[in-house]
Each structure stands twice: as structure tokens, then as C-alpha cells.
Design a protein around this ligand. Structure first.
Ligand SMILES: Cc1cc2nc3c(=O)[nH]c(=O)nc-3n(C[C@H](O)[C@H](O)[C@H](O)COP(=O)(O)OP(=O)(O)OC[C@H]3O[C@@H](n4cnc5c(N)ncnc54)[C@H](O)[C@@H]3O)c2cc1C
Ligand code: FES
Ligand code: FES
Length: 487
């Protein structure tokens, strides 16, 4: 048995056995009988299952997450706060009281999720400065309500925002920090069909991957199952819930410190694979690496709940043709560093994507980081996303374009798209048509025709092939027009 510690609403909770493929929502509702947290979509889209996950200790960093797409075992050594934990005795949390005062709930199914998303917002250090209507809409962009309408919910969010100490859940913090003496809380049977391992260093990860590596066919020793690496699990757990995928063996790499760093050195930026989108939004919103293009990518990326757990490495390694980071990284000419036990190799991101959801990762390899030369000015990079819904939606088409121009002449250009082929793709043929040309001389008709020759998008539920081609063309022509205007 592997004893694991977790804390729920300030109290240690003992659970006999949790399956490796169970979600945190299963754990809360089915094993701990905390049914305030609701299940709606089971895929991170509705926010009904929102809870707060925070570290234990002095730097708790409370974050809203979707319990339905978070593995139960990922709560080890963390503090989970659910809607049941918010009231201090008979005194409701300011967010709960504001929802009552503003008539922000009708059937009530979505209400615990909204309460938790708004509470997480009110717990942020800078919450008092982020109480505008726009800020509150962003805070609840991962939550759906089908009957009340959003106006009273947003008003409640604005009312409760920035109430300071009253929102700080001090009745939970004292007990949550006292974790000494926790007994076995979440446990896995050693002989269980599935196992979930959290590794804390790259050397541990290397050892685990090596232990699971297939031996020679002649080897009589029993083979361990090939493990699935997960980071935030925002992609992997949708498959568990929706496709009923069961992982035999899971390695959780989200706590490896060396994979969670961002380093700028000699003009090159190195981003660890397990850096979350929320951490990246903080980084790219601060000078000197303030980038409007990357902020646009990240503000439109899923919801706060998804950004709080999802990582850049998971976005790349999922190999999705509509993932948002790969086009930006292709436009920045990024290089991926792939590690395995005792070996490391660099590969241009353009060579990393091999086919629909296929990457160059070999068995036993993992993505450690991506690196690129920082542009002389971040305004040389643009990112545009077309999706059916503005908030919390995956791209139908997205484009990332890097242009270095001087005296209205293109010196260097890199164009990359998502959603127009089986993989994210860069367009060297189109770049060749533009480089060394005066922006005023570029003929949009022949450029559109050249794009139509190269791009062969597919039709699916998100968009038709025709629409995708038109959008891809418009995004490029608009960017060139913008560059022409700024000269
Ligand atoms: C509601 C919702 C909204 C979303 N919105 C967007 C969006 O707007 N844009 C977008 O691009 N994506 C979106 N996604 C997809 C997903 O959230 C992102 O791709 C996210 O970055 C995945 O990161 P993760 O850490 O959660 O990956 P995981 O789910 O942990 O892993 C994804 C895949 O990558 C592998 N993997 C992860 N890390 C590594 C590593 N370091 N080395 C090797 N393999 C690894 C895993 O084995 C798995 O196959 C959304 C998902 C949901 C559920
Ligand atoms: S149940 Fe809909 S996001 Fe979790
Ligand atoms: S109150 Fe009914 S779904 Fe929101």
C-alpha cells in the first residue's frame, strides 16, 4: 500500500483505495460524500465541478480547477477546498452571500461551480485590483449557467470581489497547514490493476521510464505496462471520462521542479514542459517579455480552470492539430529538448509533429523544455484565434506570424497555422514569396491563390474546409495590411 496525504476543507480524510483512473470528482462525490460539487459535462467545459486546489504550507497559491478532469491521486499532499468548506459556521463566504443578494441562482445546479470560481478569484493577491465587469467575466469564463443568466452572477462577483480578509477562508487555513501526523489517506493497493506514481525529479522519472521499458522478447521476467505520462491531465482525463480509456500505469510529472522553470539566457528563452498556462500568462504579462500575441493566446486558452492545470508540454505532446501553442512556437522557430534516462536530444519543433496526434517522442522519452530566440521586439509576433465561442473554446483555425520588416520591406517572416492540416504547420513556400519584398508590392490575389494550393483543411464539427481556408487567408492578409500601415 502506498500512503498518500491529502486534506479536504481543512481536515485530513482517510480513503481506503482510489483507482488510478478515478477523478477528483469521483473521490469527492462517491467516496467522501461531498455532493455539493456537481458533475455536468465531465470534460472541463461547464465548470459545475469547480473546486480550489492549493499547496499546503506557506505559499498555498489557491487555484480553481475542474475536479472532473483532475486525477484523484493528483490531490496528494494538496488541500482541496469544496463548496462545503466555504462558510465559517453560520456565516456564508462573501461570494455566497453576494449570489443570494443579487439573485444569482435559479435551479442552483451551476451555483457551486460559480461560487468556487469567484472565490478563487477573490483569493488572488491582486483581487482588489481586478474587480471590473471584464475581470469577473474572465474569472467565470469556464462556467456555464443555463437558467439564471449571467448579469446577476457577474454583479455578485463584482460585489464580493476585493472584500479582502473576509474572503480569505482563515477558518480552513489553520487546520490545513497542520498536516503532521496524517495517516494513510489516499491509498493504492500494490497489486491493483492500475497504478499512479508521482515523481519529483527527472532522475526519478528516468528510473521509472527505464523500469517500464520493454525488455528483449526472450526475457522471461514479467513486463511492466508502458506508462502514460501526464502533467495537468486536462487532455488525458477527457479521454478517461469520454472514451472510457483506462491507463494501466500513470506517471505524474507535474511536480518536477526542473520542468517548471522559465529561464532567459543570452537572448534565448527556455520554458520547462510543466509550466502551466496560468504561470505563462503571468510571465508574458510582465516587462520585458510582455507579449500581446502570447497574452492573446493565453487569455483565450480554455478557462482559468484549464489554464491552472494545463501545461505547455501537454499542449505540444498531445500532438493536436488545433493546439494553440504549436503555431506560436513554430513562428518563433522553437527547438524542443527531449530527454530519456541518461540521454537528451534537441529537435526543431517543425520536425516534432509527424501526423495526426503523432509526435517524434520515442518510447521512454519525454519533453523537457522548448526554447527559442526572443524576438528583438515582441510586436513582431502576432497570434489570432478563430473559434465558435470566444471563451473556453478550442480553435477552428489559428495563425501565428512573425515578421521582421525594415523600411516597409520584409526581411524575415515565419507563418504557422493550426487547424488547417493533420498537424500544426509552418508555410515555408509562402514565406519565400514574401521575403525581401516591399510590403506595398505584395499582391493579395496571387498570395490567396498560393495559400489555396498549399492548405488542404478538413471539414468537421468546428468548421468547414472552405471556412478554414478563408479564415487562414484573411488572417495573413490582415497581418500584412497591418504591417504595411505601420511601415
Ligand atoms: C475545456 C477545455 C478547454 C481547452 N481549451 C484549449 C485551448 O483553448 N487551446 C488549446 O490548445 N488546448 C485546449 N485544451 C486542451 C488542453 O487543455 C491543453 O492541450 C493542455 O495544455 C494540455 O496540457 P496538460 O498538462 O493538461 O496535458 P496532459 O493531459 O497531462 O497530457 C496531454 C498529452 O501529452 C502527454 N504529455 C504531457 N506532458 C508531457 C511531457 N512533458 N512529455 C511527454 N509527454 C507528455 C500526455 O501523455 C498526453 O498524451 C482544452 C482542454 C479542455 C478540457
Ligand atoms: S463537469 Fe463540466 S467541467 Fe467538470
Ligand atoms: S442556476 Fe440553473 S444552470 Fe445556473
Amino acid at each position: 500500500m502506498t500512503p498518500v496525504r491529502t486534506t479536504v476543507n481543512g481536515s485530513a480524510v482517510a480513503v481506503q483505495a482510489v483507482d488510478a483512473n478515478a477523478s477528483l470528482l469521483d473521490l469527492l462525490r462517491e467516496q467522501l460524500n461531498l455532493k455539493g460539487t456537481k458533475q455536468g459535462c465531465g470534460s472541463g467545459d461547464c465548470g459545475a465541478c469547480t473546486v480550489i486546489l492549493q499547496d499546503l504550507g506557506n505559499n498555498p497559491r489557491p487555484r480553481a480547477i475542474n475536479a472532473c478532469i483532475t486525477p484523484a491521486a493528483a490531490a496528494q499532499d494538496k488541500h482541496v477546498i469544496t463548496v462545503e468548506g466555504l462558510a465559517d459556521g453560520d456565516v456564508l463566504h462573501p461570494v455566497q452571500q453576494a449570489l443570494i443578494d443579487q439573485h444569482g441562482s435559479q435551479c442552483g445546479f451551476c451555483t457551486p461551480g460559480f461560487v468556487m470560481a469567484l472565490t478563487a478569484h477573490s483569493l488572488a493577491d491582486d483581487a482588489p485590483k481586478r474587480c471590473s465587469r471584464e475581470d469577473i467575466v474572465a474569472a467565470i469564463s469556464g462556467n456555464l449557467c443555463r437558467c439564471t443568466g449571467y448579469w446577476p452572477i457577474v454583479s455578485a462577483g463584482m460585489m464580493a470581489c476585493g472584500v479582502g480578509a473576509a474572503a480569505q477562508l482563515s477558518h480552513l487555513n489553520g487546520s490545513a497547514q497542520n498536516t503532521e501526523g496524517h495517516s494513510a489517506l489516499v491509498t493504492h493497493a500494490a497489486d491493483a490493476a492500475h497504478d499512479y506514481q508521482i515523481v519529483h525529479s527527472e532522475s526519478q522519472l528516468g528510473q521509472r521510464l527505464q523500469a517500464h521499458a520493454p525488455g528483449p522478447a526472450s526475457d522471461a521476467a514479467p513486463q511492466l505496462p508502458v506508462p502514460t505520462i501526464i502533467a495537468g491531465a486536462t487532455d488525458a482525463w477527457v479521454a478517461v471520462n469520454q472514451a472510457l480509456l483506462q491507463h494501466e500505469s500513470i506517471i505524474d510529472i507535474s511536480r518536477i521542479h526542473s520542468l517548471k522553470t522559465i529561464t532567459a539566457k543570452d537572448g534565448v528563452l527556455h520554458i520547462g514542459a510543466c509550466v502551466t498556462h496560468t504561470e505563462l500568462l503571468g510571465y508574458f504579462s510582465t516587462a520585458p517579455q510582455q507579449s500581446a500575441a502570447i497574452q492573446e493566446l493565453l487569455r483565450r486558452f480554455g478557462s482559468p480552470q484549464v489554464r491552472n492545470r494545463g501545461t505547455i508540454g501537454g499542449n505540444i505532446c498531445g500532438g493536436s492539430p488545433i493546439a494553440d501553442w504549436p503555431p506560436v512556437l513554430l513562428a518563433l522557430d522553437a527547438v524542443a529538448t527531449l530527454n530519456s534516462a541518461g540521454a537528451t536530444r534537441d529537435i526543431a519543433l517543425g520536425d516534432f509533429f509527424q501526423g495526426y496526434r503523432q509526435t517524434s517522442l520515442m518510447p521512454g522519452e519525454y519533453l523537457a523544455s522548448v526554447a527559442f530566440d526572443m524576438p528583438a521586439s515582441w510586436s513582431q509576433l502576432s497570434f489570432d484565434k478563430i473559434s465558435k465561442r470566444y471563451e473556453d473554446d478550442i480553435s477552428s483555425v489559428c495563425a501565428a506570424i512573425y515578421i521582421d520588416q525594415q523600411d516597409a520591406r520584409v526581411r524575415q517572416v515565419r507563418i504557422a497555422y493550426g487547424g488547417v492540416a493533420a498537424t500544426p504547420m509552418r508555410l515555408p513556400e509562402i514565406e519565400a514569396l514574401l521575403v525581401d519584398r516591399a510590403l506595398a508590392d505584395i499582391d493579395s490575389v496571387s498570395l490567396s491563390a498560393a495559400l489555396a494550393e498549399i492548405l488542404k483543411p478538413i471539414s468537421d464539427v468546428r468548421a468547414s474546409a472552405d471556412y478554414r481556408l478563408q479564415m487562414a487567408t484573411t488572417l495573413l492578409l490582415n497581418r500584412l495590411a497591418f504591417e504595411r500601415e505601420r511601415g
